[in-house]
Ligand binder design. Structure first.
Ligand SMILES: Cc1cc2nc3c(=O)[nH]c(=O)nc-3n(C[C@H](O)[C@H](O)[C@H](O)COP(=O)(O)OP(=O)(O)OC[C@H]3O[C@@H](n4cnc5c(N)ncnc54)[C@H](O)[C@@H]3O)c2cc1C
Length: 279
C-alpha cells in the first residue's frame, strides 16, 4: 500500500522558538525538490490512473499556514481565558480572532496533553494563522517572518491582558513556530482523476491510502479520511484474494448534506447574529 501522506506538515527543519517560519521552509520556493512527493510523482509519471500530484503541489502560497505551539508555565493564562470565555482551559474549543490581520486562531488543550503531563502546572496551547503573508495588528510584520516571541506577543495583545498579566504570561511561555507549506493542499481545486482510486482498476497487490487517495463523498483533512482509505484498501484487496480470505466492512458514509436538520443548523450558525447562542 502506498501512503500518500506527510504532505500536510512537512517541515524542512526542526522548529525552534527563534526560527522564522519562512526560513524554516527553505525549499518553499522550490517545492518540487521535496522528497516526500517523489514516490507519488514517479508512479504517476508511469500510469495515468495513479493521479496527478501536480494538482496539489507547487502552489505553496495557496496552501500554507503558519502554526505555533506554546507551553505556558503559569496558571495566569488559564485564569484570563476563563474570565474571557467562562470555560475551563481546554474545554472551550478553538478561539478565532475574526478581524485579525493574520486570521489568528488559538486552541487551549485540556490536560494531560501527553503521558506524564498534567497537574495544571504547564498549559499547552496551539495557534495558527490563515493569512501568514499579512501584517499583524500589533506586530507589524508578516506572520511568516515572525519569531515565536513575536507570534506570542500578537496573540496575547488580541486577548487584551492587562500589563502585569501580559508580562507574566509572556515571560513564562515558550512559543515554537512552524511553517506548514502544504497544510491545505488537499483542498486545492481538482478534477476527476487528480486523486488516484484507492485500488486502481486491475491492481492485484497495490492500493493508495491517505489524504490524496479518492474516498468519494468523504471530507479530506480528517484522520477519519485516512482511516477510511486504509479500510477501503484492505476490504478491496481481501475480496480479490479469494473466498477464503477474511472480510472487513467499511462503515457507510454519513451524508450530512442530506440531513435537513443539519442543513438548517449550519445555515443558522452561518447567519445568526453574533450574540445569539449556537443551538
Ligand atoms: C496542525 C494540524 C492540525 C490538525 N487537526 C486535525 C483535527 O483536529 N482533526 C482531524 O481529523 N485531523 C486533523 N489534522 C489532519 C490529520 O493530522 C491528518 O489528516 C492525518 O494525520 C493524516 O493521517 P495519515 O496517517 O494519512 O498521515 P500522517 O499522520 O502524516 O502519517 C504518515 C506517517 O508516515 C511516516 N513516514 C513518512 N515517510 C516515511 C517513510 N519513508 N518511512 C516510514 N514512515 C514514513 C510519518 O512520519 C508519519 O508518521 C491536522 C493536521 C495538522 C497538521
Amino acid at each position: 500500500m502506498i501512503h500518500l501522506a506527510t504532505l500536510l506538515r512537512e517541515p524542512s527543519a526542526l522548529p525552534q522558538p527563534h526560527a522564522r517560519p519562512a526560513a524554516c521552509a527553505k525549499w518553499v520556493n522550490s517545492p518540487r525538490e521535496s522528497l516526500f512527493w517523489l514516490l507519488w510523482r514517479t508512479l504517476a509519471a508511469k500510469r495515468q490512473d495513479f493521479g496527478r500530484p501536480d494538482s496539489f503541489i507547487g502552489k505553496v502560497s495557496e496552501s500554507k499556514w503558519v502554526s505555533f505551539t506554546v507551553v505556558t508555565k503559569t496558571p495566569k493564562f488559564a485564569e484570563v481565558l476563563f474570565q474571557l470565555t467562562g470555560r475551563e482551559f481546554g474545554r472551550g474549543g478553538l478561539i478565532t480572532f475574526k478581524g485579525s490581520g493574520w486570521f489568528l486562531t488559538i486552541h487551549p488543550y485540556f490536560d494531560p496533553v501527553f503521558p506524564g503531563h498534567g497537574g495544571k502546572k504547564e498549559f499547552v496551547w496551539w495557534g495558527y494563522g490563515l493569512n501568514p503573508d499579512s501584517e499583524g495588528d500589533y506586530v507589524k510584520k508578516r506572520m511568516s517572518d515572525c519569531t515565536g516571541e513575536e507570534l506570542l506577543e500578537e496573540a496575547l495583545r488580541h486577548l487584551r491582558l492587562d500589563d502585569a498579566a501580559h508580562q507574566e504570561v509572556k515571560s513564562e511561555s515558550t512559543c515554537v513556530p512552524c511553517m506548514m507549506p502544504y497544510i491545505t493542499s488537499q483542498f486545492m481545486p481538482r478534477k476527476a482523476g487528480d486523486r488516484p482510486a484507492v485500488r486502481p482498476s486491475g491492481a492485484e497487490n497495490l492500493a493508495f491510502v491517505g489524504q490524496y487517495a479518492e474516498a468519494e463523498k468523504d471530507v479530506v483533512f480528517t484522520v477519519e479520511y485516512s482511516v477510511r482509505t486504509a479500510k477501503m484498501a484492505i476490504k478491496s484487496l481481501l475480496e480479490s484474494a479469494g473466498p477464503d480470505a477474511p472480510r472487513i466492512e467499511v462503515e457507510p458514509m454519513y451524508e450530512g448534506y442530506r440531513n435537513l436538520w443539519e442543513l438548517m443548523r449550519a445555515g443558522w450558525i452561518s447567519l445568526r447574529p453574533s450574540w445569539w447562542p449556537i443551538i
